[in-house]
Write a protein that binds this ligand. Structure first.
Ligand SMILES: C[S@@+](CC[C@H](N)C(=O)[O-])C[C@H]1O[C@@H](n2cnc3c(N)ncnc32)[C@H](O)[C@@H]1O
Length: 323
């Protein structure tokens, strides 16, 4: 009997070893809900191995950043009060985007009520002098979306600045940037989205010159007593998408923003070493911006596929910075 049990445990041990080897060989990421998916996410596995977190399956530390695969309200509730300097995010717009798991078409009232709940949690975790940048776009048939969404944050935050994100602009006959062209007898092409800059009481200081421009008329420098050739660029930001030719180049996410957008928001807030939060992380763009600026990012994403993409992307950015 004893001999059989020994052979049994030896076989079991062998099986476990082979399984472990398969995980490493085929780059299988054991995320809950993802199953065993062969992705190019060896880096994510490595990151998890290096620093296992409280709940191994849900949280990962990548460099100085943290990615949480969780519903944002649940994850936010686990965060301490006043622990974040800047929030930069873009929620689902409720326009039927084909996300992998999230249903982007809910009754409007339910969607707005959901955002109100998130707003309260964001206000709790944001520091008194913090900034919260909320990017929202619209469709031609539903132009009220950004206003309605901003309204959901109105009870908890003060709208300190309203920025227009221009994705494409025509100056004379020249056009720069990208947008999705539409064929319509009623509507124009959609070239912009909103970025609402919310703060706790409307008095957070910002570093306008960090995203400023040189004076056009240099005589203004001395005339107005400026110490350097830099002025506020205003609240229309031209931040184009990079030219892409495949979904993979968009990190297989249907609704990402370009890195330049969160980067500009973080620079405008102007705090070095800031703690940055994105509760709708998607493919991880905000954390890429935080990494590039030497800040620490926390990203929350409900979908295991996008969380995995964000991890891979962030690790590559960290490696790129080292190399
Ligand atoms: C507009 S996308 C964000 C894109 C991101 N800014 C980027 O550049 O990749 C919204 C994201 O929110 C995620 N999401 C939806 N509901 C969520 C929830 N309850 N908690 C966390 N993430 C959620 C979706 O899966 C989607 O990836």
């Amino acid at each position: 009997m004893g001999g059989r049990a020994e052979i049994g445990s030896l076989i079991l041990l062998g099986l476990v070893r082979r399984l472990k080897a398969a995980y490493v060989r085929f780059d299988v990421l054991p995320l809950r809900g993802l199953g065993r998916m062969p992705l190019d996410v060896t880096v994510a596995i490595e990151a998890k191995r290096r620093k296992p977190h409280v709940d191994e399956l849900e949280r990962w530390n990548i460099g100085r950043h943290e990615i949480v695969r969780e519903d944002c309200i649940t994850a936010l509730r686990s965060m301490p009060d006043a622990s974040v300097d800047v929030i930069v995010t873009s929620p689902p717009y409720n326009i039927g985007v084909a996300y992998k798991t999230y249903d982007d078409k809910r009754p409007r009232a339910e969607y707005i009520a959901w955002l109100r709940g998130i707003s309260r949690e964001l206000s709790r975790v944001l520091k008194k002098e913090g900034s919260f940048f909320l990017n929202v776009g619209s469709t031609n048939s539903d132009p009220w979306i950004p206003m309605d969404v901003a309204g959901a944050f109105r009870d908890t935050f003060v709208l300190q600045n309203h920025i227009v994100w221009a994705k494409s602009i025509a100056i004379g006959d020249d056009t720069v940037g990208h947008f999705k062209p539409i064929t319509s007898r009623r509507f124009m092409n959609q070239n912009h989205e909103a970025v609402f800059h919310f703060t706790q009481n409307g008095t957070a200081s910002i570093d306008r010159l960090a995203v400023g421009v040189p004076f056009k008329d240099k005589s203004n420098i001395a005339r107005w007593g400026h110490s350097r050739d830099r002025r506020c660029a205003g609240n229309v930001w031209f931040v184009p998408y990079q030219t892409v030719r495949s979904k993979a180049q968009k990190f297989n996410h249907p609704a990402g923003f370009p890195v330049g957008l969160p980067k500009r928001c973080l620079q405008l807030h102007g705090l070095e070493n800031a703690v940055v939060l994105d509760p709708f992380l998607g493919a991880g763009t905000t954390l890429i911006a935080a990494e590039q600026l030497g800040m620490r990012g926390i990203g929350i994403e409900i979908d295991p596929h996008y969380a995995a993409v964000a991890m891979t992307r962030l690790q590559s950015e960290i490696d790129r910075g080292k190399g």
